[in-house]
Design a protein. Structure first.
Length: 233
């Protein structure tokens, strides 16, 4: 080829570790022959492909996938480092931790289980490394706009964490519910005995930051609302 016209392609070929030649006819995805880097003697050895190898089948399958495509598969493994592996038609794809859910969770097993059938969106297809990234999160409705509509509500929720600058309280009555922060300045001085992890605390939702995905709460304002006779949820 004329490398002055196809500089990008030439650059990719120069760094390639292997090559394959495929048929120009539609529907014929299997390589006609494959070649690898030269051996120590400098000879580049190619071989004709008579039967498809597992690698060839994977390569042909990867060509059918596109970013944004919705696929169905079965969870095969939940790795200790958080990645979930899913079998999609004989090829193992992966779901990284942030792509499992739009809601809080502690471990991937809180969201999926081995053997479970899941529907996911294809985030990317890496033909070189033969990897497919999936997302369950992409197909889930964003719950944050609904949370933002609750600004001004007074709720009772469990304390889930204590930090030097305040406490975290779960504002939804579900295990994967969202947590909000009550800054130290918004804690009533008389409530020190009840601010322990697991104890319930009455708080008011005073702000929801949709961009940063944060909920700001106030215990002081919740007590004021209660004193004014406003009902708690």
């Amino acid at each position: 080829m004329d490398e002055t016209q196809f500089e990008a392609v030439t650059s990719q070929l120069a760094g390639a570790r292997a090559a394959g030649v495929v048929s120009m006819y539609a529907g014929e995805d299997l390589p006609l022959f494959t070649a690898v880097l030269p051996d120590s003697d400098g000879v580049l050895r190619a071989r004709w492909q008579t039967e498809p190898t597992p690698g060839d089948r994977d390569w042909a399958f990867l060509k059918t996938l596109r970013r944004g495509q919705v696929v169905t598969g079965t969870v095969t493994t939940i790795a200790s480092f958080g990645v979930t592996f899913v079998d999609i038609g004989g090829f193992t794809a992966m779901i990284n931790l942030p792509e499992l859910s739009r809601r809080p969770f502690g471990h991937p097993s809180d969201v999926v289980s081995v053997g479970q059938e899941v529907t996911a969106e294809v985030l990317g297809v890496d033909m070189v490394r033969e990897r497919v990234q999936l997302s369950l999160r992409a197909l889930q409705e964003d719950p944050w706009p609904q949370v933002a509509q609750r600004i001004g509500e007074v709720v009772i929720g469990p304390v889930t964490g204590i930090v030097p600058f305040g406490v975290f309280v779960r504002v939804e009555d579900r295990e994967d519910g969202f947590h909000g922060l009550v800054p130290t300045s918004e804690l009533d001085a008389s409530s020190g005995d009840v601010v322990e992890v697991g104890n319930s605390l009455t708080v008011k939702i005073i702000d929801v930051d949709l961009t940063r995905r944060r909920i700001l709460l106030s215990h002081v304002q919740a007590l004021t609302s209660a004193a004014e006779g406003r009902p708690c949820d």
